[in-house]
Design a protein around this ligand. Structure first.
Ligand SMILES: CC(C)(COP(=O)(O)OP(=O)(O)OC[C@H]1O[C@@H](n2cnc3c(N)ncnc32)[C@H](O)[C@@H]1OP(=O)(O)O)[C@@H](O)C(=O)NCCC(=O)NCCS
Length: 234
């Protein structure tokens, strides 16, 4: 209990550690001492009207997936089809998010996926997934993909992307709250902050695209098509 009450190196008193522990006797003791104000403090801390905030570590839902690239995965050029890699990324994103949320999730969005290197048949693909950031019902899962050629001992970074997964109630299909994240080192804090900023950028980008579509002037845009790789055949 002593260590749970200790302030961490950033000066935060980790309230969630002793209030969220399963069957936390500390929370029961605090309730006896201070009554309803404890629950109020916990709900203010979590930003929601919940009686007991729930938090999980980043490590508890991290996933590693390895898959051998077999000949049936090849495209007409003999390299591994990009769709195979995207499918594996979606699979690991789901596993990681559902493991954090302890329930059903859907893929809400996928950030751009740039394939930095081709993947060859016979290579071993390894995907690493970790929940970077959580909002109320959404989770950003960061995925890193590397491919390994055993024979030549070459490891290549194939791509990195961010999947936004949303936890849903299976019956109502409405978003449901997910546990918060316990950030245990500077790297996890950096990823959380970057995830939060990316969420803001995604929203701004979506808004920008909506605004552009609404304000589009076809006449003006047509006048600027000269030099583009198209022909007008009206
Ligand atoms: C994703 C989905 C559940 C969001 O539903 P919604 O009614 O818009 O829900 P909300 O507006 O309450 O948003 C819920 C959360 O999702 C996030 N979200 C919604 N749309 C998003 C998008 N396009 N990209 C990223 N995050 C998104 C919101 O930011 C919010 O996060 P927060 O709770 O952490 O703040 C809904 O659009 C859906 O069911 N989409 C289909 C998903 C699917 O079937 N995927 C598989 C495709 S094969």
């Amino acid at each position: 209990m002593k260590s749970a009450q200790k302030r961490d190196k950033f000066g935060f008193c980790p309230l969630w550690r002793f209030t969220s522990a399963p069957g936390s006797s500390m929370l029961a003791r605090l309730r006896r001492q201070w009554g309803a104000s404890v629950d109020k403090a916990v709900s203010i801390f979590s930003g929601e009207a919940m009686s007991e905030a729930v938090f999980s570590t980043v490590k508890s839902s991290q996933v590693i997936l390895k898959e051998l690239m077999v000949p049936s995965y090849a495209n007409f050029g003999g390299k591994v089809h990009g769709g195979i890699i995207l499918s594996l990324m979606d699979k690991i994103a789901y596993t990681c998010a559902a493991s954090h949320a302890k329930g059903y999730c859907v893929t809400a969005s996928v950030d751009s996926v740039d394939f930095l290197n081709p993947v060859e048949v016979g290579e071993l693909l390894t995907l690493y997934a970790s929940v970077n950031y959580v909002g109320k019902s959404s989770m950003e899962v960061g995925i890193k993909v590397v491919s390994e050629d055993f024979r030549q001992g070459i490891v290549k970074h194939t791509n990195t992307s961010y999947f936004t997964m949303v936890a849903l109630d299976e019956k109502t299909r409405k978003p449901v709250a997910v546990p918060g994240l316990v950030l245990e080192d500077e790297e996890e804090i950096r990823r959380f902050v970057m995830g939060k900023l990316r969420k803001k950028l995604r929203r701004a980008h979506q808004q920008e695209v909506t605004d552009l579509r609404q304000s589009l002037s076809l006449d003006q845009e047509m006048a600027e098509l000269e030099g583009e790789n198209c022909q007008l055949a009206l």
